[in-house]
Ligand binder design. Structure first.
Ligand SMILES: Cc1cc2nc3c(=O)[nH]c(=O)nc-3n(C[C@H](O)[C@H](O)[C@H](O)COP(=O)(O)OP(=O)(O)OC[C@H]3O[C@@H](n4cnc5c(N)ncnc54)[C@H](O)[C@@H]3O)c2cc1C
Length: 249
């Protein structure tokens, strides 16, 4: 609607998929949760299992737009819109989400991390619809950290957004996943920084190495919302904040 009103989309016929009930609902299975692509941010926040097991997705939903956007905007639309500044992609990357793409030729499941191929580019074919989003269920002792940095608390697109999970046993990082938004042409899973941290002892040395690696891994830009320098500095600082907040079991 924004693009249409701004004159950036032709005035032609558009298909409204809002009433496709097959793309709605949140289903619970033993090893995963499946969400219809038309799940709204309000649906996400009102689901107790998602809020218990996937808190970063619920936090992203609660910080997306304002209430009107949360009632009407869908997770599927947020994914296919393919903005590197969108709020749910970092959480979906950190949770290893999978997507079901559907067409008259059948259905295929793809890892979300392979979905974005470039700025606003995806692997989706023109005849495909995003049907479902699947989240593998996680260990209960996982720590989750989500931080959106924007101009305001609501109705603000991110300047930087970080989602990360970790499990720390006897001071050693045994599992770690880090994803960032607004720091590259696509929502970015930070594999290099994860590799540096995986198996490391929590502490100053790990923080320093992780900051150095993240600075190499991300490619923030200057744009209307922020500057390259600010985004770089804030990304490193929120990574450090996440690492300092980790607790060992
Ligand atoms: C005022 C305002 C504030 C916003 N604030 C935020 C914010 O804070 N954070 C944020 O991340 N986003 C924000 N957005 C962007 C937008 O609201 C979200 O991305 C929303 O989730 C889009 O969902 P939708 O269902 O409205 O998708 P649409 O806008 O209807 O669709 C987006 C694109 O995806 C395609 N599409 C949608 N669903 C499917 C599907 N199931 N299969 C295939 N293609 C599909 C459409 O054809 C279109 O190209 C904001 C938008 C507005 C207008």
């Amino acid at each position: 609607m924004v693009l249409l009103e701004a004159g950036k989309l032709p005035h032609k016929n558009y298909l409204n998929i809002w009433n496709l009930t097959a793309l709605r609902g949140i289903q619970e299975a033993t090893d995963h949760i499946t969400l219809g692509a038309l799940t709204t941010y309000t649906d996400v926040q009102s689901n107790p299992i998602l809020c218990e097991e996937f808190p970063m997705l619920c936090q992203a939903a609660s910080e997306t737009g304002g209430l009107a956007i949360q009632n009407r905007g869908t997770l599927g639309g947020n994914i296919v819109n393919a903005s590197p500044a969108a709020d749910s992609p970092p959480a979906l990357l950190a949770y290893n989400a999978e997507l079901e793409l559907l067409s008259v030729h059948g259905s295929r499941w793809v890892p979300y991390q392979s979905f974005h191929t470039g700025y606003k580019q995806t692997i989706m074919q023109p005849d495909e619809l995003l049907a479902h989003i699947r989240l593998p269920r996680l260990w209960p002792d996982l720590q989750h950290y989500y931080r959106k940095v924007g101009t305001r608390k609501a109705q603000a697109i991110s300047k930087v957004c970080l989602a990360a999970t970790a499990r720390v046993v006897e001071g050693t990082i045994e599992h770690i996943r880090i994803a960032l938004g607004s720091v590259a042409p696509v929502p970015l899973r930070c594999r290099g920084t994860e590799t540096v941290l995986q198996g490391s002892k929590l502490g100053e040395s790990a923080i320093e190495k992780a900051r150095d690696e993240l600075a190499r891994e991300i490619v923030p830009i200057d744009d209307i919302r922020s500057t390259r320098d600010y985004r770089l500095k804030v990304s490193l600082n929120i990574l450090e904040d996440f690492l300092r907040k980790l607790r060992s079991t």
